[in-house]
Design a protein around this ligand. Structure first.
Ligand code: GLU
Length: 618
């Protein structure tokens, strides 16, 4: 039987305490008082952001303390990892609305302690049934302007997140959505304190948000970002969550919410003088949506079993190939990754990820016949590794390989393809429970603020995930697996990862960051496994994102002694487009029911790592 709803009435707010609000002006004060009467006091005090915590009873890590706390509350009240992950994700839809929410999609990787199986839920958005290969080409046959497509109905795919939450809670969880969405609904109704991250992301998006009056109304205050410390409420979203939890996700896919999505995508409401592309989504497209259970991809690395997300993500495949290549380089050089200098470590890492990107760009997309087994095999990596030179970076772009099962030859046979464009937003969370179940879940609306289009009266932004398709073939004459097609899911880089050791869960990790997701996840794994860094330090370490072109480096890496050595080896280090690469989180499952939860210390104003019973309280 499903558990009662009572604990949710006690909910997050009881645990968090309340402070006053900082809304200015008498209209704001009056609105504040009305809201206060209706919903109770705001959730203005967040739990502190703690970047690492060790203890027992279960663990959660994410970018946001309210989300982590919602997950911990569920675990404390007897819910399992899947339950906690859905509750935490729903809160992220409120507090990180520019990165994730019910208007987007994601990938949910789950380890089941009962069966010992890792399974995944593919909640990726789908293209309308009318989309064909030339959807993103203009009348002149040239690709449409990327930014113009992003902020339009054309970029919006059918959201997969509500279906993912339903699938996760029904297949893996013990609680239903009616219960799991309540903490998020409550935070949306009562409000939360705007932090630096939220204010900064809103300010950066404000110009785009002003294009869409509904978005400006929900997310801006008098046309500008709300100030840090003020209370942000989203009563429309609270009502939408309420509808979903009381009527089920059919209210989304076959009901009023879906109809509102379709109406807005097909005829976006814009500010005066603003004209954007209309989308082609229909009610049939929305009703046809299904979150899909898929087998994970996996590889063995240093005796660990690494499980990730398969097609339509390229994440699990590229992370696996990277790790296999690193093992192959050890073999070729006779020197282990754990023994080499920092510069040689990053050199190898860069060569491996660039090679993996060459291969994923050529071979991976939501098409039949992707050679997943071959791409993730050690034999393929061994062949690809024959290009590796410990003393010099290969010229970029590295040509793609042939994952054809015939690995005698060394010479690469493919073309040199440039790396395609990608987004930089998204969010990730990890949960491990006391029974040994683990969830690694990355969810997104693609760019920060998605398409910029908010569904009127529903309080959530729609994704621009369809811009993850290639607008035109990357290389003329070379088949491109990532062109749009009816109902197709755009290729992703999201890499939620679960690692087992001797069949037992050992680690969960993931991050936002568009295509840099793959390199960040790979670097955290190697940092912890090979370079002996504690998990929180592996997350904090300066990142190198080498994706078969110039290599992005953050946190001063380029100007450091190691950075100069890398340049000396022929690596072209450049600053990332944003200050930081990614915003990762992870959990290590320790012996005897203990966990170390870890998040960012250096990026994105920090993350939030929690355990149910911290060690100091034992
Ligand atoms: N849409 C991207 C992907 O699926 C994720 C967006 C991001 O992290 O910026 O790879």
């Amino acid at each position: 039987m499903r558990a009662s709803l009572r604990y949710l009435a006690l909910g997050l707010t009881g645990a968090l305490g309340v402070t006053g609000t900082a809304l200015g002006g008498s209209a704001a004060v009056a609105r504040e008082e009305r809201q206060h009467e209706r919903h109770g006091p705001p959730v203005a005090a967040e739990p502190p952001k703690v970047p690492t915590m060790t203890g027992s009873g279960g663990a959660v890590s994410s970018v946001d303390p309210l989300a982590s706390q919602a997950g911990i509350d569920v675990l404390e009240r007897g819910g399992n990892a899947a339950d906690a992950a859905v509750a935490a994700a729903a809160v992220l839809g409120v507090t990180e609305p520019y990165s994730a929410g019910i208007g987007g999609g994601g990938f949910f990787v789950h380890y089941d302690a009962g069966t010992g199986e890792v399974r995944t839920i593919d909640g990726r958005e789908t293209a309308p049934a009318t989309y064909t290969e030339d959807e993103f080409l203009g009348a002149d046959g040239e690709p449409l302007d990327f930014a113009t497509v992003v902020s339009s109905g054309k970029s919006v795919g059918v959201p997969g997140t509500p279906a993912t939450w339903e699938a996760a809670s029904e297949e893996f969880g013990t609680m239903d959505l009616d219960r799991l969405l309540r903490p998020a609904e409550r935070i949306a109704a009562r409000g939360f304190a705007v932090d630096e991250n939220f204010a900064e992301q809103t300010a950066q998006s404000a110009e785009r948000f002003r294009m869409f009056p509904e978005t400006a109304q929900v997310f801006l205050r008098d046309g500008e970002a709300p100030e840090v410390g003020t209370v942000f409420r989203n009563p429309d979203l609270a009502r939408t969550y309420r509808t979903i939890r009381t009527h089920g996700v059919d209210a989304f896919y076959e009901g009023s919410i879906g109809r509102a999505v379709v109406d807005e995508v097909r005829d976006p409401t814009t500010a005066e003088g603003v004209d954007v592309f209309a989308g082609e989504l229909t009610e049939d497209d929305v009703a046809a949506y299904e979150a899909v259970f898929r087998d994970p991809v996996s590889t063995e690395y240093r005796g660990l079993d690494v499980y990730g997300m398969g097609v339509p993500s390229s994440g699990g495949i590229a992370v696996a190939e990277t790790l296999n290549l690193l093992e192959a380089y050890d073999e070729r050089t006779g020197e282990d990754l754990s023994e080499v200098s920092e510069a040689q470590y990053l050199h190898r890492f860069s060569e491996a990820t660039a090679t993996a990107f060459a291969d994923r760009n050529r071979w991976v997309g939501d098409v039949a016949g992707v050679p997943v087994e071959e791409l993730t095999s050690q034999e393929f990596a061994d062949e690809r590794a024959c290009l590796f030179d410990p003393a010099a970076a290969l010229p970029r772009p590295i040509p793609f390989g042939e994952p054809d099962g015939d690995y005698a030859a060394c010479a690469p046979s493919g073309a040199r393809q440039p790396e395609a464009a990608g987004g930089v937003s998204t969010t990730h969370l990890n949960v491990a429970d006391r029974w040994g179940n683990v969830v690694s879940y990355t969810l997104t609306i693609e760019q920060t603020g998605g398409s910029g289009i908010t569904v009127p009266d529903h309080g959530f932004l729609l994704n621009n995930e369809l811009t993850d398709f290639n607008f035109a073939p990357v290389t003329e004459g070379v088949k491109d697996p990532n062109l749009p097609a009816p109902g197709k899911r755009p290729r992703s880089s999201m890499s939620p990862t679960i690692i087992l050791r001797d069949g037992e869960p050992w680690m969960s990790v993931g991050t936002p960051g568009g295509a840099t997701i793959i390199t960040t996840v790979g670097q955290i794994i190697t940092g912890h496994v090979d370079r002996d860094l504690p998990l929180v330090d592996a997350i904090a370490a300066p990142r190198l994102s080498s994706r078969n072109g110039p290599e992005e480096a953050d946190l001063g890496l380029a100007d450091s002694a190691v950075g100069r050595q890398l340049s000396g080896l022929g690596h072209e280090l450049v600053p990332p487009p944003r200050r930081w690469i990614g915003n990762a989180s992870a959990i290590r499952i320790l012996e005897q029911g203990r966990f170390t939860s870890a998040a960012e210390t250096e990026r994105g104003y920090g993350g939030s790592a929690m355990v149910v019973r911290p060690d100091r309280e034992r």
